[in-house]
Ligand binder design. Sequence first.
Ligand code: NAD
Ligand code: UD1
Length: 307
Amino acid sequence: MATYLITGGCGFIGSHLADALLARGDGVRILDDLSTGKRENVQGTCEIILGDVADSQTVRQAMQGVDGCFHLAAVASVARSNEDWVGTHRINQTGSVNVFDAARHAKDGQPVPVVYASSAATYGACQTLPIHEDAPRNPLTAYGADKLGSELHAVVASGVHGVPTCGFRFFNVYGPRQDPSSPYSGVISIFTNRMRVGQDVTIFGDGGQTRDFVYVADVVAHLLAGMDRATGEAKVYNVCTGREITLLQLALMIRSLLDSKIAIHHGEPRAGDIRESLGDPRRATAELGVRAEITLEDGLKRLLDSL
Ligand code: NAD
Ligand code: UD1
């Protein structure tokens, strides 16, 4: 049995990871400031430390004695990262450096591995699809820039400080416990929560934009595989399905699964919205032996069953 620290473990993805670690008998410690996470997301017995990942002392204490760290704490909203540039940078990049730094001497003075969340936002508007990990990184937002910065600091952690790391560029993640309450929430959580109570939805633009939606259980499988294979090479992998769907098709699929006749409106396109997003999942399959297996329809059914 090992014990892992999950930063952001009370959030959407982190709480599913906590469930999976507890289910296989591992111990879980969480560092979270509950800014978007909720205590009730964590269902098993975990040690929860309330604190800020941007505070180096707090992170050092939280890291003491663990066998590895999953670093997920971040301002996950792209829009918020642009509104509060400096504040987000503190959390999304200084927070990552704090985690890598604390991992240097975490267990008996020795380094422990760090698996961390990056994002497809590091690619910006990629011209060549599907997007392979070696595609140019051109982030268009503060959020994407800080995620790319975190990847660069992972190289420093591995190369200079002997901390094994593994980064994951998540594409659009969905599933139970994704908070639907903010206008910045993931589109699937907004659409499912509105349509199931008879409220209409708005597609920003013509609905021809595409996304590669990946179910949260598949994301957890990638994170666990990454912890087993974190190395000094600071590898980074896409977490995606290799399938895309337009926003209009998505809205129609959710409406049909709910057997609803709710209106689907079109609004102004969202500024800076990426037109096409489709990831290439092959590197993670080849090197980590993991692939996103849950189809969008199955994932949506699981999500709807959970509501
Ligand atoms: P989330 O908001 O549900 O989870 C983030 C967690 O971090 C929350 O529990 C929050 O309270 C905590 N947190 C925020 N600031 C903190 C701070 N200063 N100190 C300590 N804890 C703090 O979001 P999520 O979707 O679960 O995202 C998890 C990770 O995955 C993030 O790093 C995010 O950037 C990344 N990611 C998510 C997606 C997606 O589609 N959901 C896509 C790409 C990357
Ligand atoms: C998402 C993630 C971001 C991640 C990126 C990686 C969320 C909230 N954001 O950004 O963290 O880095 O993927 O690929 O999960 N839309 C509508 N109507 C709505 C809401 C959204 O039409 O009510 C559209 C948007 O215009 C966009 C698409 O749905 O075209 C997806 O939007 P969103 O879920 O906010 O995610 P991304 O912006 O792709």
